[in-house]
Design a protein around this ligand. Structure first.
Ligand code: GLN
Length: 304
C-alpha cells in the first residue's frame, strides 16, 4: 500500500530532471506555465488521495481530456457505431500527425491522438446539446470538485493556432468522416483540453478505470468490459509514439497531455496522476514519466 513517505521520496528523486525537457510552446498560453512544477497523487479505495509536491495545483489537462470524451461517446454510441469512425490501433506517429489519415480513408488510428479525439468530439457534438457543459459536469462529478473550470485564455490560444487541427478535421471531412461544423467541434475540443485540474482531482477522477468502471463514490460510470477496453487502448496508445517506451518503463495503462500531466492506473488497485510541464520529444512529461517508473518499481506493480 503506497504511503506519503513513498511519494515524497519519489518526488525527491525526480527533482534533478527539472530543466531537462521543454515546455510545450506551440500553444503560446501553455508556454507561460512555470516549468519547475512537480507533483504526484495516488488514489486508492481505502486511503482516498495522498500526494507529494505540487499535487494540489491545477494545470491544463490537454490530451488527458481525450479519455473523458471517449467515455462519454462510449456511453452514448453502440460499440459497432463507435468503432466504425475511429480505430483501436497504436499509431507510432506524433499526436498531431495527419499522415496515416490519408492512407486509412480518414479513419484515425485511435481515439487518443488528435485526429481520433476530434472525431470523437464530432460524434459528441452530434448527440449532446451542450457538450462543453456536459464535460464539465462529468469531470466535476468524477473528481468531487465543483470548482473545476476550463481556462478561456488557453482555449483561445489553441483556437488562434489551430491550423494543424483544422487541417486534420478537413481531411477527415473530405473522406466523409466528420459530420458537424469544423469550427464548432474544434471549439468544444479546445475547451475540453483547456480544463484545469490538479493531480489530486485527476487521480480521483480516474479511479473508475482502476475499479472496473465504478467511481470513487460508488456510482457505476461504465461497464466492467468497457473499463477493460479503455485500459487496453490506454496501454497501447495513451502515450502516442512513446507508448512502447512507457509500457517498457512503467507498465501501466496511461494517458498524457502536453500540459505535462500523466494519469495511469493499476487495475484493481489504484489510480495515479503526475505533473511536470517539461516534455520529452514525444510530448510526454519527462519527470512525470520518471516518477511513474519509480512508483512501478517501488510498488512492484505492472500489468505485464
Ligand atoms: N490541445 C492539444 C492539441 O490539440 C492537445 C495535445 C496533447 O495534449 N497531446 O494539440
Amino acid at each position: 500500500m503506497p504511503d506519503k513517505a513513498l511519494l515524497q521520496s519519489i518526488h525527491e528523486e525526480a527533482l534533478p530532471l527539472l530543466g531537462q525537457g521543454h515546455v510545450a510552446d506551440y500553444i503560446p498560453a501553455l508556454a507561460e506555465v512555470p516549468p519547475d512544477r512537480l507533483g504526484i497523487a495516488i488514489c486508492t479505495a481505502e486511503g482516498g488521495v495522498i500526494g507529494a509536491g505540487d499535487y494540489l495545483e491545477p494545470f491544463s489537462i490537454q490530451s488527458i481530456s481525450k479519455v473523458f470524451s471517449l467515455v462519454q461517446a462510449m456511453t452514448i454510441y453502440d460499440e459497432s457505431e463507435m468503432w466504425t469512425r475511429v480505430g483501436k490501433e497504436p499509431s507510432g506517429d506524433p499526436f498531431n500527425s495527419l499522415v496515416q489519415l490519408e492512407f486509412e480513408h480518414g479513419i484515425p488510428r485511435n481515439p487518443f491522438i488528435n485526429a481520433g479525439a476530434l472525431v470523437v468530439s464530432d460524434m459528441l457534438q452530434g448527440r449532446l446539446s451542450a457538450p462543453k457543459q456536459r464535460m464539465l459536469e462529468l469531470v466535476r462529478d468524477l473528481s468531487g470538485n465543483p470548482n473545476i473550470c476550463s481556462d478561456k485564455v488557453v482555449a483561445k490560444s489553441e483556437y488562434d493556432h489551430s491550423a494543424r487541427n483544422a487541417a486534420i478535421c478537413y481531411l477527415m471531412k473530405s473522406f466523409g468522416n466528420f459530420e458537424n461544423n469544423v469550427d464548432d467541434v474544434m471549439k468544444s475540443y479546445f475547451n475540453h483540453c483547456a480544463i484545469r485540474m490538479s493531480c489530486a482531482d485527476l487521480a480521483r477522477a480516474f479511479f473508475f478505470l482502476a475499479n472496473q468502471g465504478v467511481c470513487l463514490g460508488g456510482r457505476r460510470l461504465i461497464g466492467e468490459r468497457q473499463s477493460k477496453q479503455i485500459n487496453a487502448l490506454l496501454a497501447t496508445s495513451g502515450l502516442y509514439d512513446g507508448a512502447g517506451e512507457f509500457a517498457y518503463r512503467v507498465g501501466m495503462p496511461g494517458k498524457s497531455g502536453v500540459g505535462g500531466g500523466i494519469v495511469a492506473v493499476v487495475p484493481g488497485e489504484l489510480s495515479v496522476c503526475v505533473w511536470s510541464p517539461e516534455l520529452d520529444e514525444s510530448g510526454n512529461s519527462l519527470a512525470g514519466t520518471r516518477m511513474l517508473e519509480l512508483l512501478s518499481k517501488r510498488l512492484g506493480r505492472s500489468i505485464f
